[in-house]
Design a protein around this ligand. Structure first.
Ligand code: IVH
Length: 576
């Protein structure tokens, strides 16, 4: 009982999240999580439903996406626009086939012929042609009714307005994917999270002139309603689409048997980053239309098709440059600037290389083709270099021996505990002499776990620093609000809000105050230990006294390293 109650709670939570994410995505064209995570969430909900017989009107097994935006007129789709079930591995594919074999009552080893098509990560659209003339274009909407976005779709060069071939059906809905190529996305990437959001946002513009400015593409792959059906196979239909003047994917392929599906999947996954558009898997469709008809649909997906997704966490890309970032404690972190790749719906253009040793160990160079991984919310990292793709003129990367920000000497400190030198190289300048360190210290000072000043994000710190409004952390308490209100993007309301949150931050707890100072070796845990011992802010300032500071050695968890850091802080403070 308790177990099922817990599962019910989990189920409700997942439905709530699903609703939130789909609402954001379908109504505001914003992805809060990656597609992979979204698909997994759907899968988890459906598996809980199966196991515990749960049901909910908002469940993805009942609804297709969210209701269409209010801005466009709605029309029903003559044939529902369906979704696809997902497969993540070979086992899922075997299960998919088993179900079909049972449904059709075929022998166990029956080998199906499939049409394998790349799953382009865009926005689907349905185009109605009557007597060869494009009369209406609908978005998918909720699958049953879509938004009339004809005027916007007509701005896409790949979408023919008239089709004159004799064998083109008199009345047909041609369906396919609208998307933006990566090179075109590069030019507008500051305004959108990823290419798919850009395509979606652009299609839903009220003003078609704005849509026409974003170079959208269209690839056709299926039909909805059709007044005549003389074609027998999906692969033949794709050939016809091309003949009628539609673009189709050059990666479409006729394939028999799961083994061959898997090797095709592997091959395409590897060269995915060479394509100029994002694909997030391969769609397998039973090729024979008669079989498709016999198989029919489950609630909102065909029984005859499945999307085999790519790994959500790994991809291949090229290192364009290696930047050295300087952190709050002076640590130099090498970051690879990579050719943008979509990993699980998130566009990745940076990957951490951790430290100098990591670069040496993996011999990572500018221009290398590398395997990168993005797991959860952590910064993507380079797994390995593909040496077979290394250019002949490539050169070993030389890690700078001076700080790229202030030019000071850098060192690898000796760790007395491990009796080894640190892997991390650090800038040796103290206090606020190094520009990058100072900015990072201020960012830390105002951050969520420190002073938690609402509306004082990293970009604002950077901007205020560049125009000389702040140079030291305590400058934030003497801001020139008159000047700020004249800056771009600042209105009376936002200045007032900033003033209020700075005022509020003056009343923080002692542990948060200590943590906010960004003292080396004093993280949140040590700040708590110190504040429990010191009790009041006044006592913290008494630590300037050499005798008093040594009392800290009585705290479990605080040792010479932390005490020396605090001493350094008070020494530096004398200069400011
Ligand atoms: S077939 C009845 N073919 O994937 C089958 N869909 O998850 C549904 N998609 O809404 C459509 N490439 O936006 C099909 N070659 C392809 C596709 C494809 C991308 C998208 C489409 C659809 C979604 C289903």
């Amino acid at each position: 009982m308790a177990k099922s109650l817990k599962a019910k709670q989990e189920y409700k939570n997942k439905i709530r999240l699903y609703k939130k994410y789909s609402q954001k995505y379908f109504e505001d064209s914003v992805s809060i999580i990656s597609d992979y995570e979204f698909d997994l969430l759907k899968k988890e909900i459906i598996s809980l439903e199966k196991k515990f017989n749960f049901d909910d009107p908002e469940s993805p097994s009942r609804t297709l996406g969210f209701k269409p935006s209010k801005n466009f007129e709605k029309f029903p789709h003559r044939v529902k626009m369906l979704s696809l079930a997902n497969a993540f591995d070979e086992r899922d594919l075997i299960n998919f086939e088993k179900k079909i074999i049972n449904f059709l009552n075929l022998t166990k080893n029956f080998e199906f012929e499939y049409c394998a098509e790349p799953k382009i990560d865009g926005i689907s659209a349905s185009l109605t042609y009557k007597y060869g003339k494009l009369i209406r274009g609908l978005s998918r909407g909720n699958g049953e009714e879509g938004e009339d976005i004809t005027i916007n779709l007509k701005t896409i060069a790949d979408i023919p307005h008239y089709i004159e071939q004799k064998d083109f059906p008199d009345d047909i809905d041609i369906r396919g994917e609208v998307f933006i190529q990566n090179n075109d996305f590069e030019k507008i990437k500051d305004s959108f999270a990823n290419p798919r959001n850009a395509a979606s946002g652009s299609l839903r513009q009220k003003d078609p002139k704005k849509t026409s400015k974003i170079p959208l593409k269209f690839v056709a792959y299926t039909f909805g309603f059709s007044s005549d059906q003389t074609i027998d196979k999906q692969t033949d239909f794709l050939i016809k689409l091309k003949k009628w003047g539609f673009k189709t994917s050059e990666l479409n392929k006729k394939i028999t048997g799961i083994k061959n599906l898997l090797s095709n999947h592997q091959k395409i996954e590897k060269k995915r980053f060479e394509l100029n558009y994002d694909i997030d898997g391969i769609v397998y469709k039973i090729n024979d239309f008669d079989l498709q008809k016999r198989l029919g649909f489950v609630t909102n997906a065909p029984r005859w098709a499945i999307a085999h997704k790519f790994s959500a966490s790994k991809s291949v890309t090229e290192i364009l440059n290696i930047d050295i970032q300087v952190g709050r404690t002076g640590a130099l972190t090498p970051v690879a600037k990579v050719k943008s790749v979509n990993i699980g719906g998130v566009l990745v253009s940076n990957a951490t290389l951790h430290n100098e040793e990591e670069i040496l160990r993996k011999d990572i160079r500018i221009g290398d083709t590398v395997n990168i991984e993005r797991a959860g919310d952590v910064i993507p990292h380079v797994i390995s270099v593909d040496l077979s793709k290394r250019k002949k003129d490539s050169k070993k990367f030389i890690f700078p021996s001076n700080c790229p920000s202030c030019g000071s000497k850098t060192i690898k400190e000796f760790n007395s505990l491990t009796k080894k030198h640190d892997a991390v190289r650090r800038c040796t300048s103290e206090g606020f002499k190094c520009e990058k360190i100072s900015i990072e210290k201020i960012k830390h000072f105002v951050s969520k776990d420190a002073l938690n000043i609402d509306g004082f994000g990293k970009k604002i710190v950077q901007n205020f620093w560049e125009i000389g409004l702040i140079k030291l952390p305590h400058d934030i308490f003497n801001l020139n609000f008159e000047r700020i209100s004249k800056l771009d993007g600042w209105g009376r309301l936002s200045v007032d809000n900033l003033k209020k949150s700075i005022q509020k931050s003056k009343n923080i707890s002692l542990d948060k105050f200590i943590f906010s100072l960004g003292i080396r070796h004093i993280g949140q845990e040590n700040a708590k230990l110190l504040s429990e011992f010191l009790k009041k802010k006044e006592n913290f300032f008494r630590l300037k006294n050499q005798n008093y500071i040594h009392e800290l050695i009585n705290i479990d968890g605080i040792g010479d390293t932390q005490i020396n850091s605090l001493k350094m802080l008070f020494l530096i403070c004398q200069n400011y």
